[in-house]
Ligand binder design. Structure first.
Ligand code: ADP
Length: 249
């Protein structure tokens, strides 16, 4: 039985950029400034693959249950009788040590008993913040984390979706840098950059079928996802918007 190679994001433009979605068996990192939409992307990807099983590891905030409930009703196959949280396993972890032991001990057990296709870590950055003065220790821990996750990804054919923040940058700079340094970036299979642009969606930038979104009083900012490196994807970027319905474009 051949399984699909990629997991859809539920957003057409993003899936086109990603050649169908996030690739199984590998680690994909999405980085960007606070509020750019990283959690929205992870949550929507979780929703669209809920039936295949997901582990969502929260290290910053509680799992955004309300938002998950809000976007689920937009699934084309939405059925109010279905429990879309049924195959979602949520973990809340704040310390680097706990994250490592979760991935070393708890996840392998869970994966032996449940079907899972996606593991989200939202974010990898937060647990390592307090270790930031001990760079050697941090690099060792990040390396172990990546090795453990790569082996799980390969063994169970999983998508590992890691969220990363950015280092302090000049405001509005086009050159924000991902956190966690080289030791981490060398271990990631694909790195994607997410941005909230200063462009506001209008009738010119939005396709016709989305013009109804412009009736709200809130400005809708255009977001952009770019490939920074990815072995099997071209250097390219694509645009989308975030509305009450989720990521659209
Ligand atoms: P990050 O994880 O990168 O810090 P988030 O994924 O939490 O950012 O994205 C937050 C943004 O998503 C908000 O600034 C808002 O623009 C958008 N967003 C979240 N919920 C909604 C909603 N219900 N309707 C419209 N936009 C929303």
């Amino acid at each position: 039985e051949s399984e699909v190679l990629r997991l859809s994001t539920g957003c057409k433009n993003l899936d086109n950029l990603l050649n169908g979605g996030f690739r199984r068996g590998t680690i994909t990192e999405v980085f960007g400034e606070s509020g750019c939409g990283k959690t929205q992307l992870a949550l929507q990807t979780t929703l669209y693959n809920w039936l295949q099983g997901c582990v969502y590891i929260c290290t910053e905030d509680l799992f955004p249950t309300k938002r998950y409930e809000e976007i689920k009703i937009n699934l084309s196959s939405y059925d109010p009788k279905v429990d879309y949280g049924k195959h979602i396993f949520v973990e809340h972890i704040t310390e680097a040590n706990d994250l490592l032991s979760c991935i070393r001990v708890r996840l392998p057990r869970l994966l032996d008993h449940h079907k899972v296709s996606l593991i989200v870590i939202d974010s990898v950055t937060a647990p390592f913040r307090c270790e930031s003065t001990n760079y050697i220790r941090r690099a060792e821990d990040l390396r172990e984390l990546a090795i453990l996750m790569t082996s799980l990804a390969q063994k169970h054919n999983l998508v590992i979706f890691c969220i990363n923040q950015v280092t302090a940058s000049f405001k509005d700079s086009d050159n924000v840098l991902p956190s966690l340094g080289l030791a981490w970036s060398n271990m990631v299979t694909a790195r994607l950059m997410l941005k909230k642009t200063l462009k506001i969606a209008d009738v010119v930038s939005l396709p016709k079928q989305m013009h109804h979104l412009l009736t709200s009083n809130q400005p809708i900012y255009i977001r952009e996802l770019s490939t920074v490196f990815a072995p099997d994807l071209p250097d390219a970027s694509t645009e989308f918007v975030i509305t009450s319905k989720g990521l659209q474009g």
